[in-house]
Ligand binder design. Structure first.
Ligand SMILES: Nc1ncnc2c1ncn2[C@@H]1O[C@H](COP(=O)(O)OP(=O)(O)OP(=O)(O)O)[C@@H](O)[C@H]1O
Ligand SMILES: [Mg+2]
Length: 361
């Protein structure tokens, strides 16, 4: 699978632009602020219907303009898939596949698997548990279609339960049995989410270990642990046990929305003891594991977007990484760098042809 052609109108700093990509490695070079990451984000939009970097779509419209559009022509085996994402200011985002509009954006997820590595991923290490749940969810959604629905249904029930708890505190209703309707729904969807996350984790952990060992030539050992309150009991039991506390706090304190991943380096939290390069290597190992898992489950090589990847990594790790992505388990790659010469040298050293695009804003 690869992206052959990309056309942008009024997308971020691009008034109008067209790119014909190589089905192997593509480099986006240029000064800070020239629009390298923006191209990666446009590709992310096409594959997952949204930006990787911000949740509000309207800020992707070029300043002073009324709409943006992104067009992509993808090749999957012998098939062509033409994807369109468009947004007019103040209107609903439109997503089309081969000129047919999707009724539900979620239906698109999984058609064009993608993995992105960007500086913002450091949040996986230093940020809150929400970032790590989002990572799990975004991976699982791309290969397990019902998962997204389960997640949305769970979140809806959770919001309603929380709203009820707030309302009950205000109005003084103290009939706990009224929570039952939400508890049943949450328990039902949480069981599915928990099971999918567990199955994911079982396959994911050995892959993270493998890639970290590969990148670092086995200098350090990492491990990932899945934390969930549901290890102890099903959610129905937990909700009942904590009903009183939930009423006092006015929100739901147990459930899969509290799940987390513990990221350990030599048995200590990497957040606390990891150097910047070690943290970056951990993120890379996670993303490479994601790539491998998606490749296996979908039987297609995802598109790989590497944003500012060389920063903070030593030469050994860069070489290992490039050797790895040069193997034929990897497909189309997009990589950004401010220095064209640097990236050229790296790809020459691994004998890989590289198509270079110079971004000038
Ligand atoms: N909606 C928008 N309208 C116009 N310009 C925008 C919009 N959103 C972002 N930009 C511009 O895009 C540029 C940032 O582009 P991008 O993040 O792709 O740069 P980059 O080449 O990746 O830079 P760096 O090397 O610093 O990572 C900034 O100049 C920013 O002002
Ligand atoms: Mg950038």
């Amino acid at each position: 699978m690869h992206l052959q052609k990309l056309t942008l109108f009024n997308f971020k700093n691009y008034p109008e632009a067209e790119f014909e990509f190589s089905d192997q490695a593509n480099a986006l070079t240029g000064l800070n602020g020239s629009g390298k990451t923006n191209i990666l984000d446009a590709i992310h939009y096409l594959c997952l219907s949204k930006s990787y970097f911000q949740s509000a779509d309207n800020i992707s419209i070029r300043h002073g303009e009324a709409f943006f559009s992104i067009n992509g022509v993808f090749k999957l085996d012998d098939r062509t898939e033409e994807i369109f994402v468009g947004l007019k200011s103040g209107q609903k985002k439109i997503l089309r596949r081969n000129y047919k509009e999707y009724q539900k954006l979620g239906d698109h997820i999984g058609l064009l698997p993608i993995v992105i590595v960007a500086p913002i991923d450091q949040e996986l290490i230093i940020g809150g548990s929400e970032d790590r749940r989002k990572l799990m969810d975004s991976i699982i959604c791309q290969y397990d279609h019902p998962y997204l629905d389960n997640l949305m249904n769970y979140n809806r029930a959770l919001q309603q339960r929380n709203a009820f708890l707030k309302q009950a505190a205000k109005t003084g209703i103290d009939d706990i049995s009224l929570l039952q309707i939400w508890d049943e729904r949450l328990t039902h969807y949480a069981a599915k989410i928990y099971e999918a996350r567990q199955q994911f984790i079982e396959r994911f952990i050995p892959l993270v270990n493998k890639f970290y060992a590969y990148l670092t030539q086995e200098k350090e050992i990492v491990s990932v642990r899945y934390d969930s309150q549901l290890h102890d009991d099903n959610l129905g039991v937990l909700l009942e046990k904590n009903a009183h506390r939930d009423r006092i706090l006015q929100y739901t304190t147990s459930g899969t929305h509290k799940d987390d991943l513990e990221l350990l380096l030599n048995d200590y939290p990497v957040k606390r003891i990891g150097s910047q390069g070690q943290q970056k290597s951990f993120v890379l190992a996670i993303k490479l594991a994601q790539f491998d898992l998606m490749r296996q489950t979908k039987n297609v090589k995802p598109i790989l977007l590497l944003d500012d990847i060389f920063d903070k990594l030593d030469l050994n790790r860069i070489t290992r990484l490039m050797e790895l992505v040069n193997q034929d388990t990897f497909g189309q790659i997009f990589i950004t760098d401010t220095q064209e010469k640097h990236i050229k040298n790296v790809f020459e050293s691994i004998n890989t042809p590289l198509k270079i695009f110079n971004c000038i804003s």
